[in-house]
Design a protein around this ligand. Structure first.
Ligand code: SAJ
Length: 438
């Protein structure tokens, strides 16, 4: 089917859509297209996830406004059906790929999930299909890996037998649906005609700009925007370390620096976690690993940020002395406040460092099933407690009760969450990351 036919089916919403990977990205996007009236087939390798979705229940934990209701509606109407069987994609006009793209210890993506999805899709997809990779990929991946793999597995030529695009996702846990609607998207096609059809497709669900580009530009936009954020956070963290050494408060410095135009300094913190920021800078840096580009800033920023849990360990050790057999409470295990998402959690890195130093680590997190429970009970016998994730619940701690519960009243605030006066009045020694002002 030529692109013109496909364009018509997209705009009259008779196009049949497939989505591979029903996680944080794939599930909301499948539900949104289904809500617009498209027939959507979602494919995922996890049978229990498929089963839950077909019952109209979201397998995504945490608070995702509107997702449960939306999912219930589109599964009830039959517009969205989930399955583990790739055969369901055989009659699709459009297939979106939303599988994970982790990097290995050498910070290079291996693409197991992506390659498997492309092989399985190629084996069933029909002539004229538009395939769009939404997963975040290393710049160059569309040309070097996706196109040849899909041509080989389908036996068809890109641009003739099928059309191929990259439209990087821009989701954020806790705002999945809102972001899908409100954030602009870049659509990179194998040709400008394909980019134009992709624009028609995404304009059905995106209320913001849909900007046309080529593959390499689309791949760069996503990895650059997250590397940019990582570098900004690293800068704030380095200012925190400098401020501590000089007996100043990086938080006060930041507040005043931000008064100067164009200085939107970000926040120091106990660490940088999540599925995007720790990974995407490496996807960008590794895109030129075989070219003579001396990429120094991006890896340096990664090193500063991934060392923040070690700094938190040092702040704790400076107060409690030898960590051997000391009981330490970590408040917050999710990588982001008021979320249950624990991927690449700085708390896990800190737990490991404290355990290696001989400490007994107790973890509390109101959002993470494994670590819920009574905070004050968990604080029992602890020589110190460290705030790693700024969950709102931790703003209203009963500090006198917490002090009475602990073996020694030492608090390390890794997110500048607590009011110094209130904490000191409760008899605590308070160490605030980035703030050694008197
Ligand atoms: N963090 C800091 N200091 C800051 C900001 C964040 O230490 O000033 C830490 C957070 O505690 C967390 C990590 O960095 O551990 C990542 O936080 P994030 O706010 O960047 O949240 P993410 O990981 O959900 O990032 C997503 C990204 N969105 C996409 O990839 C589509 C990112 O591009 C967005 O900028 C970010 O959400 C956002 O703005 O909320």
């Amino acid at each position: 089917m030529a692109l013109t036919d496909l364009r018509k089916k997209i705009t009259d919403r008779s196009a049949r859509i497939g989505v591979i990977g029903l996680g944080y990205v794939g599930l909301p996007v499948a539900a949104l297209f289904a809500q617009k009236g498209y027939d959507v087939a979602g494919v995922d390798i996890k049978a229990e996830r498929v089963e839950k979705i077909n019952r109209g229940i979201s397998p995504i934990e945490g608070n995702e406004p509107g997702l449960e209701e939306l999912l219930a509606g589109v599964t009830q109407s039959g517009n969205l059906k989930a399955t583990t069987d790739y055969q369901a994609l055989a009659d699709r006009d459009v297939v979106l790929i939303d599988v994970e793209t982790p990097v290995n210890d050498q910070h290079v993506p291996e693409y197991q999930a992506l390659k498997s999805a492309l092989k399985s899709l190629g084996g069933v997809m029909k002539k004229g299909v538009l395939v769009v990779v939404e997963s975040t990929i290393m710049p160059g991946t569309m040309r070097q890996i996706v196109k040849p793999l899909l041509e080989e597995s389908s036996g068809m030529a890109c641009g003739e037998g099928f059309f191929l695009g990259n439209c990087p996702e821009r989701v954020m846990p806790g705002k999945l649906l809102a972001n899908l609607r409100a954030m602009s998207r870049v659509v990179g096609g194998d040709s400008s005609e394909t980019s134009a059809v992709m624009k028609d497709l995404y304009q059905q669900v995106v209320e913001a700009d849909v900007d046309e580009a080529d593959w390499i530009t689309a791949e760069l936009v996503k990895t650059v925007e997250n590397a940019y954020r990582d570098v900004q956070i690293a800068f704030a963290n380095e200012v925190a370390l400098i401020s501590e050494a000089l007996g100043a408060s990086a938080w006060r410095v930041r507040e005043l620096v931000r008064k100067s135009p164009g200085r939107e300094m970000l926040l120091p913190g106990a660490g940088v976690g999540g599925h995007c920021i720790p990974k995407d800078p490496w996807l960008l840096a590794s895109s030129v690993r075989n070219k003579n580009v001396d990429v120094r800033l991006i890896p340096a920023a990664r090193s500063v940020n991934s060392d923040m849990p070690r700094h938190m360990r040092d702040l704790i050790a400076n107060q409690v002395g030898d960590l051997t057999e000391k009981r330490i409470l970590l408040m917050g295990y999710a990588y982001l406040e008021n979320s249950d998402d624990t991927r690449d959690s700085p708390s896990e890195a800190l737990r490991r460092l404290l355990t290696e130093a001989g400490a007994e680590v107790v973890i509390h997190d109101p959002f993470v099933e494994e670590f819920t429970g009574d905070l004050y009970e968990k604080a029992g016998g602890c020589s110190a407690a460290a705030l790693v994730t700024a969950h709102s619940e931790y703003k209203s701690i009963d500090f006198p009760l917490l002090a009475r519960s602990m073996a020694s009243p030492i608090l390390v605030d890794g997110r500048n969450l607590w009011d110094k006066k209130i904490v000191l009045q409760a008899g605590f020694v308070l160490v605030r990351l980035g703030d050694f002002s008197q």
